[in-house]
Design a protein around this ligand. Structure first.
Ligand SMILES: Cc1cc2nc3c(=O)[nH]c(=O)nc-3n(C[C@H](O)[C@H](O)[C@H](O)COP(=O)(O)OP(=O)(O)OC[C@H]3O[C@@H](n4cnc5c(N)ncnc54)[C@H](O)[C@@H]3O)c2cc1C
Length: 503
């Protein structure tokens, strides 16, 4: 793994000036900004060094276990103990539980802190709709997703750019400093302690010296093919971004950054996290889904026309199961009656907003037909032909319809609530191929105090990390059951770290 070899030190004559601060935060996404502002509010002198031209964000679903916003909307505090344990179990108990429970225990305080800041900036914090229903199914989500609206943004879950801008404004107003368009290239150590960051600017290298801490917050490593092959090999071929854009926003095309913070930590003596492979965040197709974070819960078949799963799963699981079928392909098939037979909630809606009406659902399908992502036909054989599925799929549909009429699924034991016959023309079908490779989570070994650690689990003095790059926070896959979990962790750990550095 050639990337593990540190580059030669940057010569002194290339360093044009020095900046000094108590804390140097590297990266200006949500995690970096929360850390910087939290520390600044506690009186520390903080410098953000970022490769981007300004604050960066994408999406905008943010988890908090409870909040004043939830209370204002009349939601009781959910008991998440069992759910949290189930999520840990689903991740084979590989994540560091100290961090998982720190998120559960502290996200309310952090969200209330952020809410006050955003409201003062004229923004609104709302509750994003999630998957409802039986909390024992693998689609249920706790009603804990917060989103930011204002300044022309009305859809829930896409307002993070508003939040990071407001955070930066407050940070600057309190006397914080930002060095922009300045990618950090190396860390400097003195007497075993990380003391400075060398950042490349148009005028030359700047030595950003940190009296207390350097906090790495440089996002992910999904656009570094070599690191992907080493730490997340299964999905390495799917992450194809070249990592050249430090301002990358809502990229759904496969990857974000090159893991430069991770590499600097490794060169400074950090060990890689224990969890292998690193957890990928993969969003599956929402075609024909009646849930905001769901996928089609009627009939799914593979290219052989065979049903292959209990369809009651959310989008992330849909992506993973689809990729395991022959040629990585799968299809959803339903009838016009599906629009009326089941309750519809749209993605991007607010928690207390109305259901999607059957008329609107039919209109969306018509739009998708026009866009070519969905096929329709008056007969099932005709539909199968359009989808390129074998005629034997008709047997699968007949068998599935018999199961639906019976209200009992002997094959995959799907809940009767999701057994809707494919009954009324026009019939619809489409390929579940809209799989989006968002990001990869994990990085240097990180303890619960967010200190970056070496192979003996000893903290490297002066070095911390937050955000997507925190080690051993996730395992297996990011499953979207706690939607906005990562931004929730960026917020909570950034807020906590800023406070703790000031102590
Ligand atoms: C399409 C899409 C939608 C998403 N939506 C959500 C969502 O709604 N909720 C959620 O929880 N997660 C979402 N995610 C995941 C999201 O990307 C992360 O949760 C979040 O961005 C992590 O924040 P961060 O602060 O760790 O890093 P980032 O937001 O990625 O910020 C990294 C910062 O580091 C800077 N940087 C990089 N390299 C260097 C360097 N060498 N020197 C200095 N600075 C550097 C970057 O320019 C940037 O400023 C989404 C991802 C994608 C792709």
């Amino acid at each position: 793994m050639s990337f593990l070899t540190p580059p030669p030190p940057i010569p002194e004559d290339k360093i044009v000036r020095a900046e000094r601060a108590d804390v140097v935060v590297v990266g200006e996404g949500l995690s970096g900004l929360c850390t910087a502002l939290s520390a600044r509010e506690c009186g520390l002198d903080v410098l953000i060094v970022t490769a981007s031209r300004g604050p960066v964000g994408r999406g905008g679903s943010v988890f908090a276990a409870y909040s004043k916003v939830l209370a204002e909307h009349g939601f009781e505090r959910e008991d998440l103990d069992r759910f949290w344990l189930q999520e840990l179990e689903g991740a084979s108990f590989l994540p560091d539980q100290r961090k998982w429970y720190a998120l559960l225990n502290n996200s309310e305080e952090a969200m209330d802190w952020l809410t006050d800041i955003l409201r003062a900036a004229g923004l609104d914090v709302v509750l994003e709709d999630g998957n409802r229903g039986d909390r024992d199914t693998p689609t249920w989500m706790p009603p804990c997703t917060h989103a930011f609206v204002g300044a022309g943004v009305t859809r829930a879950g896409v307002g993070i750019t508003l939040a990071v801008k407001a955070l930066e404004e407050r940070f600057l107003a309190l006397g914080g400093r930002v060095l922009r368009s300045a990618p950090a290239r190396q860390l400097e150590k003195k007497g075993g302690r990380v003391t400075a960051v060398l950042a490349e600017t148009a005028e030359g290298f700047v030595r950003a010296e940190a009296a207390k801490a350097v906090v790495l917050a440089t996002g992910d490593f999904s656009a570094n093919p070599e690191m992907m092959r080493a730490y997340c090999p299964q999905y390495a071929p799917n992450f194809t971004a070249d990592g050249a854009d430090y301002d990358i926003g809502f990229n759904t095309g496969g990857g974000l950054y090159r893991g430069e913070g991770h590499l600097m930590a490794l060169w400074a003596g950090a060990a890689w996290q224990r969890t292998w492979p690193a957890a990928a965040m993969i969003q599956g197709s929402r075609l024909g889904s009646n849930l905001p974070y769901g996928s089609h819960r009627g009939l799914r078949v593979n290219i052989r026309g065979e049903r292959y799963c209990n369809e009651d799963m959310n989008g992330a699981y849909t992506a993973l199961t689809t990729l395991r079928e022959p040629k990585g392909r799968a299809f959803a098939i339903w009838g016009a009656n599906y629009a009326r037979d089941i309750r519809w909630r749209a993605h991007g809606g607010q928690r207390d907003g109305p259901d999607d009406t059957p008329e609107n659902v039919l209109k969306k399908w018509a739009d998708q037909v026009a866009a070519g992502t969905l096929k329709t036909a008056d007969t099932l054989p005709e539909l199968l032909e359009k989808l390129g599925l074998p005629a034997s799929t008709l047997d699968t549909i007949e068998h599935y319809n018999a199961i639906c009429r019976e209200g009992k699924d002997p094959d995959f034991h799907k809940s009767p609530a999701y057994l809707q016959e494919i009954r009324e023309a026009p019939f619809y079908g489409g390929e579940l191929n809209d799989i989006r490779f968002f990001t990869v989570l994990g990085g240097p070994r990180t303890d619960a105090a967010l200190r970056v650690c070496d192979a003996d689990d000893e903290p490297i003095p002066g070095l911390y990390c937050v955000g997507s790059m925190v080690g051993d926070m996730y395992a297996n896959y990011y499953n979207f059951r706690i939607p906005g979990q990562n931004y929730g962790a960026c917020l909570t750990f950034g807020y906590l770290l800023g406070r703790s550095l000031a102590k």
